[in-house]
Design a protein around this ligand. Structure first.
Ligand code: GUN
Length: 289
């Protein structure tokens, strides 16, 4: 069993990004600038945004976090998005999800200029992705592909079972792994699927993106499978300094011994997501030069 090490892989990619930033500086160009919009006080969202800020600092990007209370109106938030669209000093920006219930995520995402949409969530960018056209590929699917590439994992002709159909992970990764170059046969399971274990037992590759801690157990996985765990649920744990621990969608101790490759949690997909956002921001900055 080989661990797909996202911490190591992302560190190597970051070094490459940092080298490019140094070249930009030496050429007298502005460094890439990423803005994150954070609404409210959701603990997980605050942690993700803090991690994104720290990663920007590591590679020499400029980063700005715009914080708003969860009482901000949809209209006010749309006005902030419009300002960022027009701000020439901003290469790319993200609006951290989820948003409070009174704000339509669809409307906010639709308001983001597609050429600054480094999350790749805008329907124009999603449309391009479905047609295999160059675009911003959203960070978690992009990170999963980079990790599989890094370890030369053969995907062609393999049966990949994706568990979860979210716009952020499940749906885009199912499309990408099916495209030319990856060439998987893809099955997408979701919360209404019956007998998910029947599908997962047939899978050469499992992408677990369901958001239920330890959903994938040892009996659901065939010998030699490749397992990618996208889950990052906070589970209360009084023995930890923060009072919680991060648990993936895969019961690692049971599943890992059966796998040819598996991602750990933490240290698998999580750091790859962040470095992919940096790559997208660099892409946005380079497109503007
Ligand atoms: N919430 C969970 N994942 C993401 C992400 O990749 N981008 C944004 N903007 N919000 C998220």
């Amino acid at each position: 069993m080989v661990l797909l090490d996202g911490k190591y892989t992302s560190a190597a990619i970051k070094e490459g990004i940092a080298a490019k930033v140094r070249e930009m500086k030496e050429a007298g160009k502005p460094v890439p600038h990423l803005v994150a919009v954070l609404v409210g006080n959701d603990g997980a969202s605050m942690t993700y945004v803090a991690n994104k800020e720290a990663a920007c600092a590591q590679v020499g990007f400029k980063s700005t976090v715009l914080r708003f209370p969860d009482t901000i109106s949809e209209e006010q938030l749309l006005a902030e998005v419009d300002k960022l669209n027009k701000d020439a000093s901003v290469d790319g920006f993200i609006v951290q999800l989820p948003l409070p219930k009174h704000i339509s995520e669809k409307k906010v995402i639709a308001a983001i200029s597609p050429d600054k949409d480094v999350d790749g969530f805008h329907i124009i960018n999603v449309g391009k992705l479905t047609q295999s056209l160059p675009t911003f590929v959203s960070a978690t699917p992009k990170g999963i592909l980079s990790l599989l590439d890094q370890y030369n994992v053969e995907t062609a002709g393999k049966h990949c079972v994706v568990i979860g159909r979210s716009n952020i992970v499940g749906r885009p990764i199912s499309i990408l792994l099916n495209q030319k170059g990856y060439d998987c046969t893809v099955t997408v399971c979701h919360s209404r699927s019956k007998n998910i274990e029947v599908f997962t037992r047939m899978a050469d590759i499992i992408i677990a993106a369901v958001g239920i801690p330890e959903f994938v157990t040892g009996d659901m996985v065939k010998e030699g499978a490749i397992v990618v765990d996208v889950g990052i649920t906070r589970v209360p744990d009084d023995t930890k300094p923060k009072g919680y621990r991060i648990v993936g969608d895969v019961k690692f101790d049971e599943v890992a011994p059966k796998c040819s490759y598996i991602t750990p949690v933490p240290g698998g997909v999580g750091p790859m997501t962040i470095v992919s956002l940096l790559q997208n921001t660099l892409q946005a900055a380079e497109a503007r030069m």
